[in-house]
Design a binder for this molecule. Structure first.
Ligand SMILES: Cc1cc2nc3c(=O)[nH]c(=O)nc-3n(C[C@H](O)[C@H](O)[C@H](O)COP(=O)(O)OP(=O)(O)OC[C@H]3O[C@@H](n4cnc5c(N)ncnc54)[C@H](O)[C@@H]3O)c2cc1C
Length: 451
């Protein structure tokens, strides 16, 4: 193995690091989990050629390689352990082109989502995927995880916002997939296959992104409170059923709401209160908000509406404070199931029943516009205890029974692999592994992750 590091050093010079603190940081991502030992070396690629050289050497010597962006993942996909190399694309962070006419951007994978969007804003454009981590996560990582966010029910997840990719395969071959055109159906859609592949099929070294105009017009924001989370979830499902399309529609259960308000130093809500936050935008914002407000109040919600963008942002700050509020509670396993939107009340009821059965608080928020829930399982100690995994397993079963999925946006990574066949079935898992073999016959890219 040390021979491989020596070969990498000869080929890549100071882009290769074996510094102990740097390697130790690569043992974890933001999932709160950690591998047993540090990886062999970190390769901080600065060019496509660097990525190709590194992969040619790793391929020849059959050494596993874990691609990494900013390491903000929540599923353990970028965590690396003994005998593995980490190939970071974080330093490849140039915006190569912004084409305001065709509404495209061509970027390197390490550019931060927030930096890209700040560069686009002056031209009235944006790249729609808006993970809450947008200021700290890379476009390459967003693509590799098919990231979502608050706005994606209306504006789509990452897959809808990528036209083409430059990818280096496991043997060092550079491949260009997709196109710059709006339409394009030549051959199999490898771009779509690579999006969300969590580093298992290739290393993304460039992306052609579809941009959208920042919607003109007003923003209307509704903050509503209900006596229970099931009632709040039923109101959000009714808003969807009424064919309204809020840009943001978020649910916060009573346990999460109490923790957030405490964290922000705000007055507590009535005991048991659940929160529904709705934001409409574009030219129909005010009319849609009025309709949503009528649905909420007819269903017993206490609600207020504002057309002031700053007041709206202040109301959204409550939801945005979820992650820091959870960090105050101790180590947290952040889960990510999704169900059809009409089944949200049942899923919240299932989460509460699981929490009661295990004697555990499970503060939960949900992107109600797309049915994606984030139950947070709080635990004590350095690693997730078995009973917390058992409770998580019951959450997955409940979501699948409601016609849902194990992961809406965080990915399978290392943490959810054991439940993969429960959702996909053995035949589909076997087919996915054959597809992986076609891309990576020696199995060096992120082995043991995602598929
Ligand atoms: C506070 C917080 C809020 C979050 N909110 C959201 C949210 O709202 N929505 C959401 O979807 N996620 C969210 N996340 C999770 C995380 O930020 C996303 O998964 C993000 O897309 C990861 O990007 P990254 O650059 O950090 O990638 P990493 O964590 O470094 O890697 C993630 C995965 O992508 C692979 N990968 C990274 N770069 C490449 C590349 N160049 N080529 C091939 N594979 C690559 C890695 O191998 C790994 O499997 C949040 C995380 C935090 C900490």
């Amino acid at each position: 193995m040390s021979d491989v590091v020596a070969l990498l050093r000869a080929a890549l010079g100071d882009a290769v690091s074996t510094e102990a603190a740097a390697l130790d940081a690569l043992r974890s991502d933001k999932s709160g989990q950690r591998t047993d030992a540090p990886p062999l070396a970190l390769i901080e690629a600065r060019s496509v050629e660097h990525v190709q050289r590194a992969l040619r050497i790793a391929h020849e010597h059959r050494v596993p390689v874990v691609p990494r962006g900013a390491g903000t993942g929540l599923s353990g996909g970028a965590m690396a352990g003994a005998g593995e190399l980490v190939l970071s694309t974080a330093a490849m962070a140039r915006i190569r082109q912004i084409d305001a006419v065709d509404q495209l951007a061509v970027v390197e994978p390490g550019v931060l989502n927030g930096d890209l969007n700040r560069a686009l804003a002056s031209q009235g454009l944006r790249w729609a995927p808006d993970p809450a981590s947008r200021d700290i996560s890379t476009v390459g990582g967003n693509i590799a995880t098919n990231a979502g966010g608050l706005l994606c029910a209306k504006y789509g997840v990452t897959r809808e916002a990528v036209r083409g990719l430059d990818v280096v395969l496991a043997d060092g071959t550079l491949l260009r997939t997709g196109h710059r055109t709006v339409k394009g159906v030549t051959g199999l859609d490898l771009t779509a296959l690579l999006i969300g592949s969590e580093g298992t099929l290739g290393v993304i070294v460039g992306a052609t992104l579809a941009l959208t105009p920042i919607p003109p017009g007003e923003v209307a924001t509704i903050a509503a409170y209900f006596p229970s989370i099931e009632e709040a979830a039923a109101a959000s499902a009714a808003i969807t059923a009424a064919r309204l399309r809020p840009a943001v529609m978020e649910l916060v259960d009573p346990i999460a709401l109490a923790a957030i308000l405490r964290h922000l130093g705000m007055p507590a809500a009535a005991p048991g209160s659940a929160h529904l936050l709705v934001q409409t935008d574009g030219s129909a914002a005010a009319g849609e908000a009025a309709e949503a407000l009528a649905i909420i109040t007819a269903r017993g919600g206490a609600a207020s509406l504002t057309l002031d963008p700053q007041e709206g942002e202040a109301l959204l700050a409550v939801r945005r404070a979820m992650h820091p509020a959870m960090e105050q509670l101790g180590p947290v396993l952040i889960e990510d199931v999704a169900v059809p939107r009409s089944r949200l009340p049942e899923m919240f009821a299932a989460i509460r029943a699981i929490g009661d059965r295990y004697g555990m608080l499970i503060p939960t928020v949900a992107h109600a516009g797309d049915g994606n829930l984030h139950p947070n399982l709080v635990y004590e100690g350095d690693t997730v205890p078995d009973r917390v995994w058992q409770a998580a397993g019951e959450l997955f079963e409940a979501a699948l029974a409601l016609g849902g999925t194990l992961t809406g946006e965080h990915g399978v990574g290392t943490l959810k692999r054991r439940w993969l066949a429960d959702e996909l079935g053995d035949e589909q898992v076997a087919l996915q592994r054959r597809i992986k073999e076609a891309f990576d016959p020696r199995g060096i890219l992120s082995p043991g992750r995602a598929i």
